[in-house]
Each structure stands twice: as structure tokens, then as C-alpha cells.
Design a protein around this ligand. Sequence first.
Ligand SMILES: NC(=O)c1ccc[n+]([C@@H]2O[C@H](COP(=O)([O-])OP(=O)(O)OC[C@H]3O[C@@H](n4cnc5c(N)ncnc54)[C@H](O)[C@@H]3O)[C@@H](O)[C@H]2O)c1
Length: 315
Amino acid sequence: MRSRALPGRGQGQSPSLSSACGASHQESQNVERLQNKVAVITGGCSGIGLATTELFLAEGASVLVADVQDDRGAELEARFQGRVKFRHCDVTSEADIAGAMQAAVDHFSGLDLLFNNAGAGGSPLMLEEMTGEAWDRTQSLLLRSVALGMRYAIPHMRARGGGAIVNTASIAGLQAGFARIAYSVAKAGVIHLTKTAAAELARYNIRVNAICPGYILTSIFTASTGISGAAADGANAALRQIAPHAQPIHAAGSPEHIARACLYLICPEAEFVTGTHLVVDGGMTIGPRSSWDPEAPSAIRDVLVKARASSTPAV
Ligand SMILES: NC(=O)c1ccc[n+]([C@@H]2O[C@H](COP(=O)([O-])OP(=O)(O)OC[C@H]3O[C@@H](n4cnc5c(N)ncnc54)[C@H](O)[C@@H]3O)[C@@H](O)[C@H]2O)c1
């Protein structure tokens, strides 16, 4: 299977950058970037995790998919025989996480790459209604799971002489207003966890980075709000319609956009990148909507336009 070129690796790339990445442009077109690598992908049965599983496979990796969707896991194993192993793993369970990392080693003889990605919307409660139980459940799903995923991957990666980890955060971890409070705080935690883990793990030749997706069309929105059946179909159709207009780049954010960013961070071309977070949001966090959409209301701009129109020109 031949790999696809990474976006941005065009004809004009300088030879010095090519050699700094460890491969010439010609070589990078022909070599599978993850050849002989073993990856664990949590939440690999759907959305971002599924797109990343498919891309890692296309780039030569073997993938252990750790998820709670057993039917979809079985379908993946049948579709990619011998290259995908499914392991039932609820990432809120420490034993399940440890078991998934061990299963990758048992099945594929080692572990090189980890994409800590499983997640859902978390508690919908506002702070004034929050309970300790709801808070803990969200942090366990979205933050503790990432810490423990890394913790149980470390010994196996050290045994291979190093590795690379990508954690899924969110733009909700960077700015208020994109999600509810428990989810947003967990994702902010993932960004800082990534930095501190990168500092600890550099000595073992393990790189750790995070991705902050913007608005990506997956089932997370309806699944997390408990909407199902025809109502979910209707909501998903409406979400698809607004997606291209939600950010400065007028295209719907797709799981493949995030998979390609994850591939970059995890592959050897990013050998000098650790402890950072990559925002992949079509520009959604550049500034308020009025900064990129001339049709969007801006109270300050309206006041100034009116004032300029009525002011006496300076002599
Ligand atoms: N879609 C977006 O707009 C968006 C934006 C920012 C961040 N994210 C993050 O991306 C990640 C993937 O979400 P997605 O949008 O692909 O959603 P998705 O619903 O399509 O996929 C989530 C996957 O995680 C699995 N999962 C859920 N709970 C689990 C658990 N306890 N244990 C193991 N697996 C579990 C699900 O079965 C599913 O396969 C999540 O961490 C989410 O917070 C998504």
C-alpha cells in the first residue's frame, strides 16, 4: 500500500527542510510514514478516531482499537484482517486501559504510538447545578483517561527505545464558550497534561503533543446529548448545513482534517516537536465572528460607523 503525500509538502519545499525531517521529498512520497509501527487508538470506532485508524493503516501501522463499541470493533477487525485488533476498553477504567496497552504488545509485539482520543460531551450541567459525581465522571472520561493511557503506554514505549503520543484536546480547552464547563476544563487539563508529560518523557525519547479540533462533523453532538433516531438524523442534517459557515475557512471540519494533523504530530517528520498543541479549527479561534465575517453584528463597529457618518470633516 502506498502512502499519500502530506498536505503542504509540495514541489517548492526547500532541500534543507527535507533533510531536517530525515527524508528527501521523493522518499517521503514513497515511504509509508508509520511502517512497522504499532499504535493504540482509543475511541477508534467512530469519528476522529476511526479516520485516524484508517490513515495510520494506510501509512503502514498496525492498530489496536480500544473502544466500547464491540460491534464496530468486530467490523474493523474483519475489514482490516490482521492489521487491526479490537479490544473492549472503557477508558474510565484503569484496568481496561492497562489491558489495552498490554493487548497491543501481546498481539503486535510492541507499542510505539498512542492516540488518546476517546471522549464524549461530558456533563451538560452549568456550574451552579454541578454535582461532584457529574464533575468526576467527565474528568474521568476526558482527562484521567489520557493521563492513565500515557502511564500504561510508557513501559512498553521505553522497551522499544521511544515513542510518540497525541492527545485529543479541544478549542474548548483554550477559550470559554465552546462547550459546557466540565468538558472545557477537562480539555484545558489535557493541554497542560500534554506539556508536563512531554517534559517528563523526553528523557525516554517519547514525544507528547495535543490536537485542538474545532467544529468537526461527527456523531459526538447528538450522541452526547442523548438525541437518537429521526431526531438525531434531523439534527445531524442541520449541523451539516451550518458547518461550512461556522469558521473563516468555509468548509465543514471533517474527521480526516484531524487525522492528518495527528499523523503529522505522531510521525517521524515531527521529531523535533513535543509539548505543543496544534489547533485545527478552520480559524474559528482567530477572533470574534465580527473579525472575519463582515455580516456579523459588532456593536462597537456600528457605533463608530454611525459616528463617522455624522461627524464634521476636519478642516
Ligand atoms: N467533533 C468535534 O467537534 C470535536 C471537537 C473537539 C474535540 N473533540 C474530541 O474528539 C474526540 C473524538 O470525538 P469524535 O468527535 O470523533 O466523537 P465520536 O462520538 O464520533 O467518537 C468518540 C469515540 O469515543 C468512544 N468512547 C466514548 N466513550 C468511551 C469510553 N468511556 N471508553 C472508550 N471509548 C469511548 C466512542 O465509542 C466513539 O467511538 C473526543 O475526545 C472529543 O472530545 C471533538
